[in-house]
Design a binder for this molecule. Structure first.
Ligand SMILES: CC(C)(COP(=O)(O)OP(=O)(O)OC[C@H]1O[C@@H](n2cnc3c(N)ncnc32)[C@H](O)[C@@H]1OP(=O)(O)O)[C@@H](O)C(=O)NCCC(=O)NCCS
Length: 132
């Protein structure tokens, strides 16, 4: 059985502002809905940085290098009606995650975006009842 794992990443919002001037970078890393979400906000680079951090945190949780062939575009951040972020996976990423639930939290300071990922083991270690 695949075990639980965590990943965390921090991204400079100013650096994302620079990187996001390159159309090729945006096309390689972000999906259409991610770009649309960021563009709809006051500081698009902030939300791109948050999404970039989330993607890298997933890669870390999977213990896969960025050059492992797993495309960051296969890891998509979507927001629910209440704003809560979650992760949608393309086929390659889904294979690596192997059906385990993926949990995401994003936070910001003025300068940095932070993302924390937890990939839970498929089965809970302790049943619903816990210790007896
Ligand atoms: C969730 C909440 C605590 C975030 O506080 P905040 O100071 O804006 O947090 P940060 O700036 O550090 O982080 C923002 C990120 O939190 C996440 N977030 C937003 N709403 C969330 C929620 N309901 N639950 C969990 N995470 C949430 C998002 O990923 C967001 O970044 P993104 O827009 O780039 O995806 C705050 O917005 C809140 O209290 N919301 C209550 C629910 C609410 O009123 N929703 C209004 C829309 S219906």
């Amino acid at each position: 059985m695949e075990s639980s794992s965590i990943g965390i990443d921090i991204v400079s919002i100013a650096r994302m502002g620079q990187a996001s001037k390159k159309e090729l970078f945006l096309k390689r890393v972000f999906t259409g809905p991610e770009l649309a979400y960021a563009k709809s906000r006051q500081r698009p680079e902030k939300h791109l940085a948050g999404r970039f951090a989330a993607k890298e945190a997933v890669v870390k949780a999977l213990s896969r290098g960025i050059l492992s062939g797993l495309s960051l575009k296969e890891i998509e951040v979507v927001n629910g009606a209440d704003g809560r972020p979650s992760v949608r996976l393309g086929p390659g990423a889904a294979e690596a995650v192997a059906g385990r639930p993926v949990h995401l939290s994003i936070s910001y300071t003025r300068e940095y975006a932070f993302a924390f990922i937890m990939i839970s083991a498929a089965a809970e270690a302790f049943g619903r009842e816990g210790f007896k």
